[in-house]
Ligand binder design. Structure first.
Ligand SMILES: NC(=O)c1ccc[n+]([C@@H]2O[C@H](COP(=O)([O-])OP(=O)(O)OC[C@H]3O[C@@H](n4cnc5c(N)ncnc54)[C@H](OP(=O)(O)O)[C@@H]3O)[C@@H](O)[C@H]2O)c1
Length: 337
């Protein structure tokens, strides 16, 4: 299979149409991860032509960057050179894994970048972005600090994550922005109201995360699924009690469509995001080669008008029960809901 490519905005690099999100490969965010299998998954992705790898310095406090760095070091040189690494920074952690807000001050940006370059073992970061806009620091200052890193060659491109339409405009007026990382899925369409029209007007791409809504619409969960206390889903509103039951009923409606096409629910969900525009690059959260192979299969799924109408009927916008983050984290999102 030849990997299709998409451009990150009008000023960004050409990358594989599906990127690999590496977050779940560290820590227990979606249950225990296996480091050896995770690295094999990154290698398999690179071998399949995936060129975009997404990580964050706060994913298990640097563990994820170290893992991605090891995977890059041990990959064939030709594959390593094709890889484009997208890094999020800004979220503050404590030794117990707690969260302490976001820091977008220019001195902090330089500090975060210095450590990320070391942990990743690279001489530049391809796309660098603050994970959540720091409400105490004007976005111009944070983006301006990344622009200085671009001038010095430490960073190639600037991205954003969960930013409001206003902050996207202000950032784009400061320096070229290639993409905004946003949650986008059949069951998570908030960005269609205000954010997507803004990114499209400004020629900025979208890297979509949570395309399976954290596994909710992967087709692999059941009404009996239980999550460990340190699994994000143990506190995520969409995975609680009645909400989970309601949402899994939506998945069964999607499964009928998937079965009719001879594909899986995860492939339908990923293909739907791919179908929303050439400016969108879904990040798949595969942690194993098996899940990766399933996700890559989405590239072969063609959704025609009848399929899209059937999906719309099965899972209309806003059909999911429960917000996409717990209330406290919703309050820190910059994006309009
Ligand atoms: N900017 C932001 O605020 C932000 C926030 C969250 C994530 N991200 C980035 O986006 C990436 C993807 O997000 P996500 O991991 O939440 O997305 P996701 O793809 O919606 O969820 C991944 C979950 O789905 C399960 N899954 C089941 N079938 C799968 C399949 N075929 N392929 C992949 N996963 C499958 C995985 O667990 P099993 O392996 O156990 O099945 C995992 O629990 C992250 O790795 C991270 O890089 C960014």
């Amino acid at each position: 299979m030849t990997m299709p490519t998409r451009s990150l905005g009008t000023t960004g690099p050409q990358v594989s149409a599906l990127g690999l999100g590496c977050m779940g490969m560290s820590s227990a965010v979606y249950g225990d991860a296996d480091r050896t299998e995770a690295i094999a998954t990154v290698h398999a992705a690179l071998e399949a032509g995936v060129t975009l790898l997404d990580t964050g310095d706060f994913y298990a406090m640097g563990h994820n960057e170290t893992l991605v760095g090891e995977a890059l070091r041990t990959a064939p040189a030709a594959r390593r050179e094709q890889a484009r690494v997208s890094v999020k920074f800004g979220a503050l952690r404590d030794p117990d894994g707690g969260w302490g807000g976001n820091d977008g001050r220019p001195a902090a940006v330089r500090n975060f970048a210095a450590y990320s370059l070391q942990r990743l073992g690279v001489d530049h970061i391809d796309v660098y972005r603050i994970a959540r806009v720091d409400p105490d620091v004007p976005i111009e200052e944070t983006v301006g600090a990344i622009a200085e890193l671009v001038e010095k060659g430490h960073v190639r491109h600037i991205g954003l994550s969960e930013a409001s339409a206003d902050n996207i405009r202000r950032a784009a007026a400061t320096a070229p922005i290639v993409d905004v990382q946003l949650e986008y899925a059949i069951v998570t369409r908030d960005i269609e109201r205000k954010i997507l029209p803004t990114t499209r007007e400004l020629g900025i791409g979208v890297t979509a995360y949570g395309v399976l809504s954290r596994g909710l619409i992967s087709g692999h969960l059941t009404h009996d699924s239980r999550f460990a206390a340190d699994d994000y889903r143990s506190v995520s509103p969409r995975f609680q009690g009645e909400n989970l039951h309601h949402n899994l009923d939506l998945v069964e409606a999607l499964r009928k469509i998937a079965d009719g096409k001879g594909v899986t629910v995860a492939q339908i969900a990923t293909a739907w995001v791919l179908s929303r525009g050439e400016d969108i690059v879904p990040l798949v959260g595969a942690r194993t080669r098996e899940r990766l192979a399933e996700s890559l299969g989405a590239l072969d799924v063609v959704l025609d008008a009848a399929d899209l109408a059937a999906i719309e009927e099965a899972v209309p916008a806003d059909a999911a029960a429960g917000t996409r983050y717990p209330a406290q984290q919703m309050a820190h999102l910059g994006t309009e809901q």
